[in-house]
Design a protein around this ligand. Sequence first.
Ligand SMILES: Cc1cc2nc3c(=O)[nH]c(=O)nc-3n(C[C@H](O)[C@H](O)[C@H](O)COP(=O)(O)OP(=O)(O)OC[C@H]3O[C@@H](n4cnc5c(N)ncnc54)[C@H](O)[C@@H]3O)c2cc1C
Ligand code: SF4
Length: 596
Amino acid sequence: MLFQIRPPAPKEADLTTVYDAIIVGSGAAGGMASHALTSHGLNVLLLEAGRKLDIESELKSMEWPYDHPRRGDMPRDSHAVTLNEYTVRQPPYAKDTQYKHVYSYVQGWNGSDYSKNIVVDEKDNPYTGTKYAWVRARLLGGKTAIWGRLALRLSDYDFKGKTHDGYGEDWPISYADIAPYYDKVDLYLGVAGHKENLPHLPDSLFQRTTRLNPSEVMLRQSLKKMNRVLTPYRAGVTTDGLKHNKYRSKCYGRGACNRRAGGCDIHAAFDSPTGLIYPAMDTGHLTLRTNSTAYEVTVDPATGKARGVAFVDSVTGKQYEAKGKAVVLAASTLESARLLLLSKSKAYPNGIGNSSGHVGHNFCEHVMGPSILGRVKDLVGKPRTLDDGRPGGFYIPRYRNLEDRQPKFLRGYGFEGGGGTGMVPGRATSTPGFGADFKKTVRDEAGAFVHMGGFGEVLSRYESSVSIDPDVKDRWGIPVLKFNYSFGDNEKQMALDMAATGKEMFEAAGIEVIHSDADILTEGWSIHELGTARMGSDPKTSVLNQFQQSHDVKNLFVVDGSSHVSASCQNPTWTIMALAWRSCDHLADELGKGNL
Ligand SMILES: Cc1cc2nc3c(=O)[nH]c(=O)nc-3n(C[C@H](O)[C@H](O)[C@H](O)COP(=O)(O)OP(=O)(O)OC[C@H]3O[C@@H](n4cnc5c(N)ncnc54)[C@H](O)[C@@H]3O)c2cc1C
Ligand code: SF4
């Protein structure tokens, strides 16, 4: 039977009250802000643009493909933007479409019918400018409903990148400042992994690790000789269980994580509602209002401080204002920048918190594309084993520009990958042949493949930016974002190196290379948007201080990835949550002292 505990009953929002804090957005950042602020006893209103989905019945994690009328595919009137469309066309991608619904590329993955209500319809949520694969999820929990769960820490190679190689800006914090909060996130949410003692990829407080299978162990052993590391996937999944959280189960190793776009219907994989928001509601201090699309941070003209948040009911179209002593934006990197820029007033003609002119700028993320597929000959014909009953395969941390200096590019990249037998034999559809021989080949080779793909740091550049397009509006009449962003030479050189070293590692391990790719995927593909309201010590060149607090408006905080100063090559979500927790502790402290 499905593990399911009913979510707490929501309280009615009281728009005549002045809340201690209003949070905008309920993903990783907003969920963590809800947890941290309510744990201080603050009276908090959480505004979420999307609806609350019955996510367990939406995901149906254990449904077999043949139980679905279209084997999991979306209805024919719906379309997922393809790689080619992203490459040759410019947004808005749903313009002049014949389809009723148009979704981002993640809907093209297996079982797209299970996530069609999770990602946004591009028709309702257009954007303009340069090409960009912008994946958004407007529902309670945001993108955490389907995130890939790789939960990594950053190190001082990232926080002090400028000190290390002279490029960009250092963060206004160092690893020592955030380490206690990474620990808190690990303990509160659970993360599975194996200690490696690497200075550039600090260990978490791990729960039971997932196991590597034979091809992965083979690669790990070979990489050791090259002074590189392959470690089991560091999954934001509780493998031992969490006694303090009744909404989540421990991982049963059902291997369902990767069958669809993502998501876990027993919530062993972290998602914001069960991990953070429901427990925060149980404190009695959190009021959640879904279907509430914020379009402006309102200002008290007498003090210049944030007064609250103006929002439109996403269903009825009615407009409201909620009032708060502090406003916490957590609408995701690009949506928070959009809100800051939309919030123009006499006091802030450039958008609130934007006296530096840096809001929307220094936009960065991860470059993806180079990948490699190999076959381990010794595993061909071996009996099938259960290899995908786990929440992830492996991770190879960065090995470039640590002690060495690469002549052609700055910073580094890591690889995510996996091998072994899956529910559906990996190469069944691309193996040539037919009949009995074909079936034998597919069965024999099912557990012999191993693959991996790179994620590289995209440099933060002032000119990489988003701005408001006054001519195009979304379904609710709110002006949309216009992108001015593309990869530079550093990313292109890095991608070439990824492809070369990926091949080099497989060959050194004796893995036969079946396919390798050096092409870069469209900007946005990594779904790791960062920057746009960066932290810093200098209010002239940054938007927020080290506590994600606006330099200009002291009761305004922006606690999502927009605050990141550089992208690192490690996935950002664990850092987003550790920083949000730290900043909300500061907010509560300052509010208590009457400083906001
Ligand atoms: C398929 C996939 C795989 C991923 N894999 C990984 C991974 O392995 N590791 C990793 O670290 N990260 C991964 N990510 C990225 C991760 O999901 C994000 O880093 C994380 O969710 C960011 O949290 P957030 O709160 O900033 O944004 P979101 O989770 O997007 O939440 C933002 C919320 O704000 C709401 N909102 C937006 N605008 C408004 C508004 N105007 N008013 C009110 N509410 C608003 C949205 O509806 C949403 O609920 C992945 C993402 C996807 C989609
Ligand atoms: S492998 Fe674990 S985390 Fe993934 S879907 Fe299954 S139970 Fe959930």
